[in-house]
Design a protein around this ligand. Structure first.
Ligand code: ADP
Ligand code: MG
Length: 341
């Protein structure tokens, strides 16, 4: 048996197995990079459910010419310098793996311009050959990443892709999740040349409710109850289904912790308990954002999973439960007033 270091391309492809499962995961990584770069507008364009083309354009900070090649290499990140930073991470990225992984399984072009540069530059990396070429290009301040022919060089992975429609649905669902929490960002999605989603910036409650209607339907947004509660450094805000309106199950179930979508047993339990009396057995709809000191929660669990760990889990659970109960009680007393008049 001989022990050998993996060649970089193979190492990247193996890492890609974890980060890049399907077109939706590519879009997740690229849009998160745009948001980390401070973009206020992100335009997504896909062809054939993303298997032919994924193109993300943002108006963020851009990447300087001399950093373009580095951005594509593994473990290269501008977001983390030491292990201490990891405790208080607020950006989406920090592993420095996404661009390297995506470029190892697609034909990737990164075009970018910073505000200091008078011209844009483009880096091209093709999966089969990790050498990066940098050339002049035309682009406004910000970045565009284009990933063409996803998994063209890993046929076994390519075969796992589902129909264009299914892959599109995954992308659309992911975009809903991010659109609900990054309400100030303008997102658009084009599929096969046609604009299919246009989430305009939501700067007021009314505009946010319009976005909520786009994502979850008018019925949900019209009856939703507002939640807004803070205590001891914890803050919970968002909307929950009104127990009076209807008792149908909703698939609008989004819970964010410091801006990240979370699927968490503790959170689910608190939500179910809050509704236990009014809507037992119904899948209650909610869009809730929990904000807390980043030192009180671990997010460094897995790049593609939605797990977090609260340091004071009991306390967080009870806070969520009480915040929801008080929103429900308020709605109840309003309901009574309605009956009186
Ligand atoms: P990570 O996001 O974990 O740092 P990535 O591989 O996703 O790793 O990106 C590597 C680096 O490239 C980032 O740290 C960032 O500096 C830069 N970068 C990537 N995408 C963008 C973008 N859209 N705008 C500006 N910088 C970007
Ligand atoms: Mg990233």
């Amino acid at each position: 048996m001989t022990i050998k270091i993996l060649p970089p391309q193979l190492a990247n492809q193996i890492a890609a197995g974890e980060v890049v499962e399907r077109p939706a995961s590519v879009i997740k990584e690229l849009v998160e990079n745009s948001l980390d770069a401070g973009a206020t507008r992100v335009d997504i364009e896909i062809e054939k459910g993303g298997s032919k083309l994924i193109k993300i354009q943002d108006n963020g900070s851009g990447i300087a010419k001399e950093q373009l090649a580095l951005a594509l290499s593994r473990h290269a990140t501008s977001k983390l310098a030491s292990l201490d930073d990891l405790d208080a991470i607020l950006s989406f990225g920090f592993r420095g793996e996404a661009l390297a992984s995506i470029s190892s399984v697609s034909r990737l072009t990164l075009t970018s311009r910073t505000a200091e540069q008078t011209e844009a530059w483009q880096a091209y990396a093709e999966g089969s050959d990790m050498a990066v070429k940098v050339m002049p290009a035309a682009h406004p301040v910000g970045s565009t990443v284009e990933a063409v022919d996803l998994f063209f060089n890993t046929p076994a992975r390519r075969r796992f892709l589902k129909s264009d429609k299914t892959e599109f649905t995954h992308i659309d669902e992911w975009l809903k999740r991010i659109a609900l929490v990054r309400k100030e960002i303008h997102f658009t999605l084009k599929h096969n040349g046609k604009m299919v989603r246009n989430y305009r910036p939501a700067m007021s409650d009314t505009q946010y409710l319009q976005r909520l209607a786009q994502v979850s339907g008018k019925q949900f947004s019209e009856q939703a109850l507002r939640v807004d509660c803070s205590h001891n450094g914890l803050q919970l805000s968002g909307y929950i289904q009104s127990p009076h309106f209807d008792a149908t199950s909703s698939d609008t179930q989004y819970f964010y912790v410091n801006g990240r979508l979370v699927r968490d047993r503790l959170v689910n339990h608190a939500v179910r308990q809050a509704f236990a009396q009014q809507l037992a057995g119904v899948q209650v709809g909610y869009v809730l954002m929990l904000t807390l000191d980043p030192h009180q929660v671990d997010v460094n669990v897995h790049p593609a999973k939605h797990e977090v760990r609260f340091h004071e889990s009991r306390y967080v659970h009870d806070f969520i439960l009480q915040a929801l109960q008080s929103a429900l009680t308020q709605a109840e007393s309003l309901g009574l007033e309605d009956d009186v008049f």
